[in-house]
Design a binder for this molecule. Structure first.
Ligand code: PEP
Length: 249
């Protein structure tokens, strides 16, 4: 995987996976599963990061975490620091996922602290943004995305960053945005990022599966996918990776 590979397919396992299952999954991956022009990453739960680190790096698959705390160390019971993630072999960390915004009530101020701390430790954040259904229906999608991206205002433009546009109504629901919605929204996100002085890749996420991946990833402005449910089985995840390769190939 070269650092100029724009297309990334990342699997977010959420709170799923035990050690035996994870090891069987890695065994199922081919020796070098990434086709040309596609980078692969997996985000298992914290407990699987270290055990998966070496077997994944041997297969050219990058490792990421699903969250992090912003402090370096100390009395923060239950928290994991960015440097601990680096120590466990992580390259990526997901920040701002809607499940953390909505369930754990993480706000922009906290996400910005996590972003800065992640960069300091040498991690590449995948910043998730997305609107709720009521917001889309009220014509407020761009306003919501602009507000979520506003944390990048005045922030160093040279730090590695990937953005994932994930309409909240499409996450884990089996509903996906239409290609028209995806093209239109990704164009807005790229425009907003350019205004903020950033040229970073923008993934699509929300019920991506082997059947819809190629059409979604062929959309203008989509540079890969953040995949939840369909990344839990190596076979369906690899079918998505292959679909991405066809779409960018
Ligand atoms: C996600 O968790 O980021 C996600 C997109 O989940 P799913 O693919 O299951 O909708």
């Amino acid at each position: 995987m070269s650092s100029d590979t724009r297309c990334l397919v990342a699997g977010n396992w959420k709170m799923n996976g035990l050690l035996d299952e994870a090891m069987a999954y890695v065994r199922e991956l081919r020796e070098n599963p990434a086709p040309e022009h596609v980078e692969i990453a997996l985000m298992p739960p914290f407990t699987l990061l270290y055990p998966m680190s070496k077997p994944l790096s041997e297969k050219n698959v990058r490792l990421g975490a699903q969250s992090v705390y912003f402090e370096e160390k100390g009395a923060f019971t239950g928290s994991i620091s960015p440097m601990m993630l680096r120590d466990a072999g992580c390259h990526y960390v997901i920040l701002g996922h809607s499940e953390r915004r909505d369930i754990i009530h993480e706000d922009n101020a906290l996400i910005l602290k996590k972003l800065q701390a992640s960069w300091k430790a040498g991690l590449e954040p995948i910043l998730c943004i997305g609107e709720h259904l009521e917001e889309r229906e009220a014509g407020r999608t761009n306003e919501v995305l602009r507000e979520q991206l506003s944390i990048l205002e005045g922030v160093e433009g040279d730090k590695p960053l990937t953005v994932a546009y994930e309409p909240v109504w499409a996450i884990g629901t089996g509903k996906t945005a239409t290609p028209e919605q995806v093209v239109e929204t990704h164009a807005f996100v790229h425009e907003e990022l350019a205004r903020l002085g950033r040229d970073c890749r923008v993934l699509y996420g929300g019920s991506v599966n082997p059947g819809n991946a190629e059409a979604l990833m062929a959309c203008e402005g989509v540079e890969g996918a953040l995949v939840g449910g369909a990344s839990l089985k190596a076979d369906s995840f690899m079918q998505i990776v292959e679909a991405a390769a066809r779409a960018v190939g």
